[in-house]
Design a protein around this ligand. Structure first.
Ligand code: NAD
Length: 352
């Protein structure tokens, strides 16, 4: 088992990563004096994995329907009402079980119920295991856009068991590795990008999964410790590939999975880096090779006009859309005021 420390002053916590970690959650919670509360679980994940947690009746299970539509104010209100009707108090804790959707939703409910309950995450998708189970971002969506309502509420611990990934669907599983490649390229960890052992990853080899997840979380823990509230520019670098990826996701009415869109977004960012004379010319094709080796798309039918509207919210928030680009692998930079001509050329290179 590996332990990752998130060194935030006054609220430091550990993430336990390893095969069979779920079997230790009850003991770890007892050790942390978390004696009761609610488990907010994705229904599909609860069916597959809840029994492994072996928690006592002091923990009541609240399930939510799978899918991004559950990440809403309506579902939050339902959860808060159920917590109140169960008599949940400030001494109780919230445990989330599932992917990033339920982590964000349950984390949000935990952060506002009685002004905040202690929170524990048990993530069960690749994305949530390498990324969203630490850092404390919680939130729900509005009809106007994703994650427009939310809080910062750090977990008291997260428990990451790669064996839960065995039940994850193939497309969902592959999609999560876009985030792994992101760490590799943006933060210069070759083991997570150019040297990623794709055949072992696709075989869901437990040893490599444990190693890869722990490495990603180590990078994120370091970034979060330096910029907890995403104000200093360090956390923004975690968004490599995400500005364009989010817009692609939204423009296509979420037909692309998040990781598929992020993979395309990273190819776009690599193309833009070259177009602006920043990155080496080999960058985009290196991205394409790795992304396609995982079975993620490297082409998409789109143009700047169809995604522009989905970049608008970003534009209003600052002095223009901010792009995370690469001077090289491991040398990210935030760039704004990019001319449309360069954006158009980069988009054009994604089209089949
Ligand atoms: N808070 C953060 O820092 C952060 C970071 C990145 C993304 N996010 C959020 O995460 C969400 C996406 O998370 P996700 O990709 O994990 O998707 P998800 O939570 O929606 O899960 C995807 C699907 O996989 C199923 N599933 C989950 N675990 C499973 C398992 N072990 N076996 C079988 N099926 C399983 C779910 O039922 C669901 O159908 C988005 O809402 C995004 O905004 C948050």
């Amino acid at each position: 088992m590996k332990k990752i420390e998130v060194n935030l002053p006054g609220k430091a916590y550990q993430v336990l990563v390893g095969m069979g970690v779920l079997d230790h959650v009850a003991d770890e919670l007892a050790h942390l004096e978390a004696d009761g509360g609610v488990i907010i679980a994705d229904r599909a994940v609860a069916e597959a994995h809840m029994s492994k947690l072996a928690l006592s009746d002091a923990f009541k299970v609240l399930t939510v329907e799978p899918g991004e539509a559950s990440k809403s104010l309506d579902t939050s209100e339902e959860l808060l009402n159920k917590m109140a009707s169960l008599g949940v108090t400030r001494d109780d804790v919230v445990i989330t079980l599932g992917g990033g959707m339920v982590g964000d939703l349950g984390g949000f409910a935990a952060s506002i119920y009685m002004r905040g309950l202690r929170l524990f995450h048990v993530p069960t998708t690749v994305l949530s295991q390498v990324d969203s189970c630490i850092g404390g971002k919680t939130g729900v969506n509005l009809p106007y856009g994703k994650n427009l309502v939310g809080t910062f509420h750090q977990p008291a611990a997260s428990f990451v068991d790669p064996s839960t990934l065995t039940t994850l669907g193939d497309r969902e599983y592959r999609s999560g590795f876009a985030e792994v490649l992101k760490y590799g390229w943006a933060f210069g960890d070759d083991m997570l990008a150019s040297e990623l052992d794709v055949s072992k990853i696709l075989a869901r080899d437990h040893h490599i999964l444990e190693e890869v997840i722990a490495r990603c979380l180590g990078i994120k823990a370091d970034v979060v410790a330096r910029d907890e509230f995403d104000r200093l520019g360090h956390r923004a670098l975690l968004n490599y590939g995400h500005t364009f990826g989010h817009a692609l996701e939204a423009a296509g009415s979420f037909a692309l999975l998040h990781g598929e869109a992020v993979g395309l977004g990273m190819i776009f960012a690599a193309e833009l880096s070259v177009e602006l004379g920043m990155g080496p010319s080999t960058l985009p094709d290196d991205h394409r090779d790795r992304i396609s080796s995982i079975g993620l798309p490297v082409e998409v039918e789109t143009d700047l006009d169809s995604i522009r509207g989905f970049l608008e919210l970003d534009k209003k928030a600052s002095e223009g859309t901010k792009w995370v680009l690469l001077r090289d692998v491991g040398a990210p930079e935030i760039v704004s005021h990019v001319p449309d001509s360069a954006l158009e050329k980069a988009v054009g290179r994604l089209c089949p």
